[in-house]
Each structure stands twice: as structure tokens, then as C-alpha cells.
Write a protein that binds this ligand. Structure first.
Ligand SMILES: *[C@@H]1O[C@H](CO)[C@@H](O)[C@H](O)[C@H]1NC(C)=O
Ligand SMILES: *[C@@H]1O[C@H](CO)[C@@H](O)[C@H](O)[C@H]1NC(C)=O
Ligand SMILES: *[C@@H]1O[C@H](CO)[C@@H](O)[C@H](O)[C@H]1NC(C)=O
Ligand SMILES: *[C@@H]1O[C@H](CO)[C@@H](O)[C@H](O)[C@H]1NC(C)=O
Length: 319
């Protein structure tokens, strides 16, 4: 397995086209006319889920604090790396042979009763595969237990969920892109987790917001557009999707009578890319969450309507 050269990812949008010394061709960009499975090697160019999302959570607790599952100080957590179709729609649980999710969510491929039921996985948890891979597995596992944190379920369940629901829908992570020997050792899982981590490391949301004086607070609220413009300024001017939960603004004291029914607690950020060459190479070209004309946020838009809450006491790991 080649190492991942994450050069140029999200570096002010300037994507380096190739490693020095070997650049006969510019790698094909996903979602471009050339990026079709009949025209290119689908292991080398993402031809299935070419709109790639690197997603993050802002949780204030894990629910498993008593077991030591804590949130990292001064950092969002990794949610996943997702393959959307170029038109913005998407699919999930694309390969039951790689189904490691003990609690499939949704429990059918379409999320509807008439979809194909996704069989719950009952084998050893995916962290044991990483452990069996020796040093690289141990090293990655330590990182994942710090930054890839689940809520109300053990971390390894979230990792299995992300792999089986999403990684199975990338052409560049298909079993045919790995050797038989690597597949047997679950090297494909390690690769996907590692690549997801690499994308995340280029997207220090917490630091970007802090530099603009947007820090977690239970007494000061923020305005959506300020958060959007701050993050876009680090993503080649392209706005990421911002997800909120909690109360709707129109149902809060401050928003009484308002027609703004967006949610008020910031919980997710999704950065969108088209990618040059395999997703593993980490050469992303930032694109806006509005590339397909869809919603770019579920958060309330009113002035000062968004809360970026402090973590609960005892939920955060000491820095
Ligand atoms: C979006 O693209 C996918 C994959 O090519 C296709 O299956 C789906 O029908 C398209 N959806 C829409 C709404 O065009
Ligand atoms: C999926 O979950 C729903 C809601 O909990 C349940 O009613 C349904 O029976 C489940 N379907 C399968 C295939 O497990
Ligand atoms: C707030 O908006 C939601 C969703 O549009 C709506 O169902 C609800 O009735 C509204 N609440 C108030 C108090 O207006
Ligand atoms: C901040 O508010 C959030 C959301 O209500 C809460 O979960 C958290 O415990 C609070 N943190 C502190 C330090 O008070």
C-alpha cells in the first residue's frame, strides 16, 4: 500500500498537481467529464462517489465518560469521509461483504421499510483488526481514540458504521483496489480510517474559529454568517455545510415570533471536495456545500441565534 501524500489538501485551495519529478499528467479530477468508470481506472480516480465530504462533530458530551470516552480539548471530532454522487445525492451500505456495523442505521439500504435489510454485524469489533496490524494499527488507534469520538456508543461502533455505510461506496476503496493479502488483514479498513484522519487534520475547525474569536461559550451566542465566512476563508472561499441541533430558533425565548425556524446549537461541519486522483492521495479541491443548489445549513440565520456550547464538565480530555 502506498503512503498517502496529502499534499495541497485545503492549503488555501492551492492544490499541487503532482509530486516533484513525476508529473506526466495532471491527475483526473472527480466529477469531471473524464472521471467515468469506462475512461479511467476506478481505483485511481473516484468514479462512484466523486463529491467527497470530510465531516466533523461538535459534541458537548459522549455519554460514556465513565468509561474514559472523552472529547479532545480545543478540537472538533472526526465524523467521517463520505462519497456523495456528483449531483449531491448518495447511497449507503454498498457492500454487505464489508458490513462491520453492529447497529446498521438506517437498517435498510434506503432507510425505508421496502429497502434491503442491512444485516447487523456480530463479529469482532473493528478496533481488533487494527490492533492485529501491529505498529501502524496501534498508532492509528491511539489517534482515533483521541479524535474520532462517538456519542452514546463505543468509538469502534462509529468507526465500523462509517466504514460500512460510507467507505463501501467509494470506487477507490473497493476490494479490487487492494491485494488479496492486504484484504485478509483488513488493511482496507486501516487505509480508510487513516485517510479519513488525514483529511480531518487539514481542517482544524476549532483553531480557525478561535482565531476569529469564535470560541465555545455558554453565555455568548454567534451569528451563522460569521461562522460560515470564517470557515470559508480557510476553504478556498467555499462554504462548508453547518449542521445544528437543539431547539429551533422560533421556539426559543430570543426567537419568539420569528419566522426563522433553524436550529440553534452548532453540532456539525461538512467540508466538500472534488478530488484529484484517488481519494487516498488527499488532493482535494474545495467546493461549496451549495454546489448542487442544496441547503448549506440547518442552523438559524438570525443575528446571534447560534450557540457554540462549551463541553460539559468532565467530558473533555485535559489538553
Ligand atoms: C444522481 O446521480 C446518481 C449516480 O449517477 C444517479 O443514480 C441518481 O439518479 C442521480 N440523482 C438525481 C436526482 O439526478
Ligand atoms: C428497522 O427499524 C424499524 C424502526 O425501528 C423497525 O420497525 C423495522 O422492523 C426494522 N427493519 C429491519 C429490517 O430490521
Ligand atoms: C417553529 O417552526 C416549526 C417548523 O417550521 C413549526 O413546526 C413550529 O410550529 C414553529 N413554532 C412556533 C412557536 O412558531
Ligand atoms: C454548556 O452548555 C451545554 C448545552 O446546554 C451543556 O451541555 C454543557 O454542560 C455546558 N457546559 C458548561 C461548562 O457549563
Amino acid at each position: 500500500m502506498a503512503r498517502f501524500g496529502l499534499f495541497g489538501l485545503a492549503v488555501a485551495g492551492s492544490v499541487q498537481t503532482a509530486l516533484a519529478g513525476c508529473k506526466p499528467h495532471k491527475p483526473v479530477l472527480s466529477c469531471s467529464a473524464e472521471a467515468e468508470s469506462g475512461l479511467v481506472d476506478s481505483c485511481k480516480v473516484e468514479t462512484f462517489g466523486g463529491l467527497v465530504l470530510s465531516t466533523q462533530f461538535w459534541d458537548t458530551y459522549t455519554g460514556l465518560e465513565s468509561e474514559g470516552q472523552l472529547l479532545p480539548a480545543n478540537s472538533f471530532t472526526l465524523h467521517g469521509l463520505w462519497p456523495d454522487f456528483c449531483n449531491g445525492s448518495w447511497t449507503q451500505y454498498c457492500d454487505f461483504a464489508r458490513q462491520y456495523d453492529p447497529k446498521p442505521d438506517p437498517n435498510t439500504t434506503t432507510g425505508k421499510p421496502d429497502g434491503v435489510p442491512v444485516p447487523p454485524y456480530t463479529g469482532p469489533s473493528v478496533d481488533t483488526f487494527l490492533t492485529a496490524l501491529g505498529h501502524p494499527g496501534h498508532k492509528l488507534l491511539a489517534w482515533m481514540n483521541k479524535y474520532w469520538i462517538a456519542q452514546k456508543q463505543p468509538n469502534h461502533q462509529l468507526w465500523a458504521h462509517e466504514f460500512s455505510k460510507h467507505a463501501t461506496c467509494f470506487s477507490t476503496f473497493a476490494p479490487s483496489c487492494f491485494s488479496h493479502k492486504d484484504l485478509k488483514k483488513h488493511q482496507d479498513l486501516l487505509t480508510f480510517f487513516d485517510v479519513s484522519a488525514q483529511y480531518f487534520k487539514f481542517l482544524p475547525t476549532y483553531d480557525w474559529l478561535a482565531a476569529a474569536d469564535i470560541t465555545p461559550s455558554n453565555t455568548t451566542s454567534y451569528t451563522l454568517v460569521d461562522i460560515q465566512s470564517t470557515l470559508a476563508s480557510h476553504h478556498d472561499g467555499q462554504v462548508p455545510y453547518l449542521g445544528c441541533s437543539g431547539k429551533r430558533y422560533n421556539e426559543t425565548e430570543a426567537g419568539k415570533g420569528s419566522l426563522d425556524n433553524g436550529f440553534t446549537a452548532l453540532t456539525e461541519v461538512w467540508y466538500y471536495y472534488h478530488v484529484y486522483g484517488p481519494v487516498q492521495a488527499g488532493k482535494g479541491k474545495p467546493v461549496g456545500a451549495d454546489i448542487n443548489g442544496g441547503s448549506i445549513s440547518s442552523c438559524a440565520k438570525a443575528e446571534g441565534a447560534v450557540w457554540y456550547y462549551e463541553r460539559a464538565k468532565g467530558s473533555e480530555r485535559k489538553a
